[in-house]
Design a protein around this ligand. Structure first.
Ligand code: NAD
Length: 443
């Protein structure tokens, strides 16, 4: 029942944020969707309880921080080796959320948008994707402060059919555009079985799986992809021509289980190199190239060069498959949405940016009940078969996509907060001063 209330209130919330030029039947559609959702929720209550509980935990916790013109040398100073060796500090989820919201509000982002963006970032931190959590705050804030991103912008539907929609993000925050589009795709999936929504005019939308989780909470199969600033060298090239272009696909299963694949199509997300840099540690071979197009293990050099290798690494280890996946993501998001694509996309650094990003995203929601019966039961069985297969190392479990993130959620809950590295905390301290907001408090 708790999950039902939670999900219905979420639907009411997103219904209020829909903005469409010609949508006379939207009220009827919403009521119809709500009825169908209630039926579905009753059928899959057990499956949804876990997701709802996780969401409630997150809700009771978030926060953000504002902007100043953080320059590269200041950033580098904060990333010094001594700090990297200091013990991480624990920050409550609530305080992390509060801080991030305050930061966004300090650069004139309206409360609801600040909350959406903060929840995205805290959602990444608590799942262990620190590269796309607080680590990204400074960049978002810088873009907002320079008006490279419009924190107040609301997305708008440009055209739609029963199953599709094309959305103009109006240069709004990634989470605002992303939540709007995935909720629209969910709406359509409840109406006609599938919803496919493309957005242009958007900004960095963080963890791709965040939007997929919204579909999973509704008992749907979700997918999401985005293009990003060029960072990946195509196989055989020494310059970047594609972003880290993440893709995510997920579905809830019976017995509180699920599958959530959420991955960059480069060997790693660039944030992982930033995290190694914050720790003053090397990167494994196969992640990035140096300025001469040779593989490097130097995190600092890799960060400065900004040329990642595709998933799979070099050609002889099938890196061309990662290159192909990255290109697929850009075709479905940038090219199809009418956004910038490939080398057209601006570069993006801790300085912020002085031009609009005009990123493209795609969001897909599918109602599994349109196909074979017992999807949740079958997916649960599928997962058990994979996890139950004989292990290569008896001490190391076979994991499926999403297991690590679930484990991270448990660890955060046990610890009572999120452990942030000293370099990250210094960035927050500098942000608090610049934005004149209450500093981040540790436990
Ligand atoms: N918005 C953007 O521009 C952008 C760009 C790139 C990445 N990202 C985000 O960065 C985050 C990190 O991406 P990443 O590629 O570094 O993720 P990752 O390599 O940590 O994990 C990728 C996937 O593999 C799964 N996984 C991890 N270890 C596993 C194991 N041992 N066995 C089976 N499955 C396993 C994870 O559950 C996850 O689904 C993601 O949330 C992604 O969406 C965002």
């Amino acid at each position: 029942m708790a999950s039902l209330t939670l999900c219905c209130s979420r639907r009411a919330l997103f219904a209020n944020t829909h903005h469409t030029k010609a949508n006379g039947s939207s009220t009827w559609r919403l009521m119809h969707t709500l009825q169908r959702r209630q039926q579905q929720l009753q059928q899959s209550c057990g499956r949804l309880r876990a997701a709802a509980a996780a969401t409630t935990t997150i809700r009771t916790a978030f926060a953000i921080e504002p902007k100043v013109n953080a320059n590269c040398s200041a950033f580098q100073q904060r990333c010094n080796t001594t700090d990297a060796k200091k013990k991480p500090k624990l920050v409550s989820i609530k305080e992390s959320r509060r801080f991030m919201i305050d930061c966004f509000k300090a650069v004139c982002v309206p409360e609801d948008h600040a909350v959406a963006q903060a929840e995205l970032l805290v959602g990444a931190d608590i799942r262990g994707h620190f590269s796309h959590g607080m680590n990204r705050l400074e960049m978002y804030v810088n873009d907002l402060a320079t008006n490279a991103t419009d924190g107040k912008a609301e997305p708008e539907i440009l055209s739609e059919t029963k199953a599709t929609a094309w959305v103009e993000g109006h240069n709004g925050l990634g989470a605002v555009v992303g939540n709007f589009c995935m909720d629209l795709a969910i709406d359509k999936a409840f109406d006609v079985g599938v919803g496919w929504v493309c957005a242009k005019g958007s900004n960095h939308y963080g963890m791709a799986g965040w939007y997929v989780l919204r579909a999973m909470e509704m008992g749907l199969v979700g997918m999401s992809m985005t293009n990003t600033s060029p960072l990946m060298a195509p196989t055989g090239a020494k310059k970047a021509a594609l972003g880290t272009n993440p893709l995510s696909m997920g579905a809830s299963a019976d017995n509180c289980d699920g599958f959530l694949l959420d991955m960059a199509t480069t060997a790693v997300a660039v944030g992982k190199i930033e995290m190694q840099r914050r720790k003053a540690a090397p990167i494994p071979a196969g992640w990035a190239l140096d300025p001469n197009g040779k593989v490097t293990t130097d995190a600092e050099l890799a960060f400065k060069t900004g040329c990642l290798m595709p998933l799979g690494g070099a050609e002889d280890t099938s890196g061309y498959k990662g290159f192909g996946l990255g290109a697929m993501v850009d075709i479905l998001s940038g090219v199809m949405a009418g956004a910038k694509y490939s080398t057209q996309v601006r570069s993006w650094t801790h300085h912020g940016a002085d031009i609009e990003a005009d990123l493209g995203h795609v969001f897909i929601a599918v109602d599994p009940s349109c196909f074979a019966p017992d999807f949740g039961k079958r997916l649960s069985d599928f997962n058990s078969r994979l996890r139950g297969i004989e292990k290569a190392d008896p001490c190391k479990p076979v994991l499926i996509a999403g297991d690590k993130e679930k484990k991270n959620l448990e660890t955060i809950e046990e610890a009572g907060g999120i452990e942030y590295l000293e370099n990250q905390l210094k960035t927050c301290e500098a942000l608090a001063k610049k934005l004149k907001i209450k500093p981040l408090k540790f436990l």
